[in-house]
Design a binder for this molecule. Structure first.
Ligand code: ATP
Ligand code: MG
Length: 537
């Protein structure tokens, strides 16, 4: 190679200095395929120093094994006097870095002749980012189509992760969504490359703040893990390295200002954190967040319409029972008016009165519930004392308690002051106590406790009994309108299944919670946590 490029009047450049300063990698090989030129940019791009590269077979250094035969065959053709077909062209090839990872490279190939034979010169640049952006644009288009075509959020999530995984060649892609009820993260969709030992890596639930999805959801910002195996803060670091996963990027999925999940991709190539990649993923996550939010609202609307229909059907059914008892008893009493004894008349009239009372109670409960839920029936908090409220509720049930020989124990401080609606709390006490009495067979026990918690911010109020209990599998449905547990239905104990719904609504309007817990031995325990607070419920 000449050491100078000159024009008529002056020496313009020192070519070797230009090559040394070039941003593009310069690689030259002779006809035998041995490296004869290797600039600093090539050192950076391929991971071999000038000394390590020069004189060595280019194929052994940077050509992936599957392309080596073709490369050597092309050189052999030239050596046999054939033409170098690719000289003068711009090519896209795959190269291998010294650390083993592959990179897409664009190069322009030229050829010169030296006293020792032909020399081939390649100026190369890494097109990983450009190629990724092109692939990402294709993935984005697929995702947009998936969001339009998906039949449900679950279907959309599956299509999105599959599009990202297949389109970007990421071995694992996960979409995690925050489960508000259970306060944890759930993996709603996962794409995973087949043939990987992923069983231990693929978990479907995560505590908040745990592993990459938990951290992304908690921080609300993109997170990059450059070396998964070394990330001992993650419970999945061993499983990740067993599965051959090295890097991971996670971006938050937001609905408005709320962070509703995390989109995480896991790769097997050591890659550098790139703003570009996190930016691309974040754009996609924003699209997913908007979609999930819209879908959630639509699904809620459908659910609401369905619930309304179910509710109407239930109400009609529940009202029809006592109504038909009233009608049939009245018709019977009328038809057989002359033949019935006075005692039988009384019996029929009492049946009608009982059913009428049941109808009235049900209507009151339904009205209460509707008013509470619509906000029409306000909670009016004042300074009140829970102790007398509970005492009065127990006194009121004196007769059934005595008739059933129940042992009622209360463990309460002299006063339990709080800022709440006393009338509504009395309703809560009545509902829970009447249940405890109703669902506890003769000779059983009922226990009521209430006390300030250690921080003095809340009151814990429990009502437990030794009664028929509620099977654990049925407890999640307990606070639904008209729901009645099998234990009550099997014993034909009357009730409408509205008391607990009203109770929970009142407690929630006071910013409290009510739960039905595990109970030692037979029976049931309801626990209420009620803020003492001065804030307006
Ligand atoms: P009502 O609306 O008149 O109160 P109900 O008692 O059936 O009727 P809820 O108070 O809402 O309705 O209770 C719902 C169901 O929960 C009951 O039907 C019963 O199956 C179950 N349940 C509630 N409290 C108890 C308890 N202490 N022991 C056993 N089962 C209970
Ligand atoms: Mg009840």
């Amino acid at each position: 190679m000449t050491s100078r490029i000159s024009c008529d009047h002056e020496v313009l450049y020192e070519p070797l200095a230009v090559l040394a300063a070039a941003l593009e990698a310069y690689v030259a090989v002779n006809a035998a395929g041995r490296v004869v030129g290797w600039n600093p940019a090539a050192e950076t791009m391929f991971g071999y120093t000038h000394q390590q590269a020069c004189g060595h077979d280019l194929a052994d250094l940077i050509i992936p094994q599957r392309f080596q035969a073709a490369h050597r065959a092309a050189l052999a053709r030239v050596a046999a006097g054939g033409s170098a077909q690719r000289v003068g062209q711009r090519l896209q090839v795959t190269a291998r870095h010294a650390n083993g990872h592959e990179l897409p490279v664009e190069l322009s190939l030229t050829g010169t002749t030296s006293p020792d034979g032909p020399v081939f010169h390649a100026f190369c640049h890494d097109i990983t980012i450009a190629q990724r952006a092109t692939r990402f644009a294709a993935v984005e288009a697929t995702v947009t189509r998936a969001l339009v075509e998906a039949a449900s959020s679950a279907d959309a999530a599956t299509r999105i992760t599959a599009a990202l995984g297949a389109g970007m060649d990421w071995p694992v892609v996960e979409l995690w969504v925050f489960d508000e009820q259970r306060q944890l993260l759930r993996c709603t969709a996962r794409h995973s490359q087949s043939g990987r030992a992923l069983d231990r890596f693929c978990i479907n639930e995560l505590e908040l703040g745990v592993c990459l999805p938990g951290r992304v959801h908690h921080a609300g910002t993109p997170q990059w893990v450059a070396d998964l195996a070394a990330d001992t803060t993650s419970a999945r670091h061993r499983a990740a390295s067993r599965a051959g996963l090295h890097v991971a990027v996670g971006v938050p999925v937001c609905a408005g200002h709320r962070i509703i999940g995390a989109l995480c991709v896991y790769g097997n190539r050591p890659e550098d954190p790139e703003d570009c990649l996190t930016g691309l993923l974040s754009g996609l996550a924003a699209q997913i967040g908007q979609y999930l939010q819209r879908r959630h609202a639509e699904e809620l609307a459908v659910e609401l319409a369905r619930t309304k229909d179910e509710f109407l059907a239930l109400v009609t059914h529940e009202l029809r029972n006592p109504l038909s008892v009233i009608t049939t008893t009245a018709v019977l009493a009328d038809e057989e008016f002359d033949t019935l004894t006075t005692e039988e008349h009384h019996h029929h009239l009492r049946t009608i009165a009982r059913s009428g009372q049941r109808l009235a109670m049900m209507t009151d409960d339904l009205l209460d519930l509707a008013r509470l839920e619509s906000g029409y029936l306000c909670i009016r908090p004042t300074a009140c004392d829970l102790r007398p409220i509970i005492d009065q509720a127990v006194d009121e049930l004196e007769i059934p308690i005595r008739d059933k020989h129940l042992k009622v124990t209360t463990r309460l401080p002299t006063h339990l002051y709080l800022h709440a609606d006393g009338d509504r709390l009395r309703q809560v006490a009545d509902n829970l106590l009447s249940n405890a009495v109703k669902y506890t067979p003769d000779g059983g026990a009922v226990m009521i406790t209430a006390a300030l918690t250690s921080g003095r911010q809340t009151i814990t109020w429990t009502v437990s009994d030794t009664g028929i209990g509620i099977p654990p599998s049925e407890r999640p449905r307990l606070f639904r309108r008209f729901y009645r547990a099998s234990t009550a239905l099997d014993r034909r104990i009357p009730g409408t299944g509205l008391g607990l719904v009203i109770t929970r609504t009142i407690i929630e309007r006071h910013h409290g919670t009510i739960t039905v817990g595990d109970h030692p031995g037979p029976g049931t325990t309801f626990t209420i946590e009620l803020p003492v607070g001065t804030q307006q419920p």
